[in-house]
Design a protein around this ligand. Structure first.
Ligand SMILES: [Zn+2]
Length: 276
């Protein structure tokens, strides 16, 4: 029987200052009717995950409007200093007057791995030219982008495979993790892996069969690309138990190497590549 490795790395966690968490949970509830199961603030999130087998935690936050990336990134540096074995995809907003300076400053912390862009919330295209200086900086400094660019569970005009392909044609070398396995255009996104060697996916909020009836990723594809997928939970912003996704993946009963890579080795490799 397949099993999880002794330690797991969670590559898709959200940590925000308490007040922002409150507003996000309220928005999920009123906007989408989603009641988040784990309303835990940042220290409690970390303790929860650490007591459930997670060693390294890679979290992100994003600037939902201009003017807050700097404050969020100062908070990020503080909690990175406070909590060991914690890594971050920092906030960026292209409308900030000093956007590139804020980005460079954020990258000064060795455990900032790059930037998170959440296009559903931030509402710009991934191929927006205002992002190009930041992408160039990410490539030059050997960092990475964590990108929410899929149409699931809800979309808007800024997300989707077509827009992502435009970004990758402009920056074929850009190290990117596409969140949520590219939901809901799974096959189209996964089809890009052979062409773009720096492209990865995370599993966050994808393998919930009772909720995600659109899932088309086959066990064969998972095994074929087991070196390009990292486990992520989307914790604490989940409306179903975190364990359901892990159980779903274990239930496929793939080769043990898939679990060793996805739940630990691939994440460890990316941390080594992008930190420091
Ligand atoms: Zn997320």
């Amino acid at each position: 029987m397949a099993h999880l490795p002794g330690h797991i790395i969670d590559f898709h966690v959200h940590l925000f200052p308490d007040r922002l968490f409150n507003s996000i949970w309220k928005f999920f509830s009123t906007g989408y009717g989603w009641d988040v199961l784990y309303k835990l603030y940042y220290r409690d999130c970390v303790s929860y995950l650490r007591s459930h087998g997670v060693s390294s935690i890679v979290y992100s936050n994003y600037a939902h409007r201009k003017g807050i990336a700097k404050i969020l990134n100062e908070w990020n540096h503080r909690i990175l200093d406070e909590i060991p074995d914690l890594y971050c995809f920092a906030a960026f907003h292209p409308d900030d007057d000093d956007a590139l300076d804020i980005a460079l400053k954020a990258l000064e912390h060795p455990r900032v791995l790059g930037f998170k862009l959440q296009l559903l919330v931030q509402r710009f295209y991934p191929h927006d030219e205002r992002l190009f200086p930041m992408y160039e900086c990410v490539i030059k400094k050997h960092k990475r982008i964590l990108l929410h660019v899929g149409t699931g569970p809800v979309g808007n005009e800024f997300v989707g495979l077509t827009h992502f392909k435009k970004l990758m044609s402009a920056f074929p070398e850009l190290p990117v993790i596409v969140a949520h396995m590219g939901a809901l255009e799974y096959d189209g996104f996964i089809g890009l892996l052979d062409e773009y060697p720096n492209l990865y996916f995370d599993t966050a909020f994808t393998f919930y069969p009772r909720y995600n009836t659109h899932l088309t990723i086959t066990p064969e594809l998972l095994e074929r690309y087991s070196d390009r997928i990292v486990y992520g939970s989307d914790f604490p912003n989940l409306i179903f138990p975190r364990e359901e996704e892990i159980d779903c993946l274990l239930g496929y009963n793939l080769q043990q190497i898939f679990y060793d890579r996805v739940f630990y080795e691939n994440g460890a490799g990316l941390i080594e590549r992008h930190s420091g």
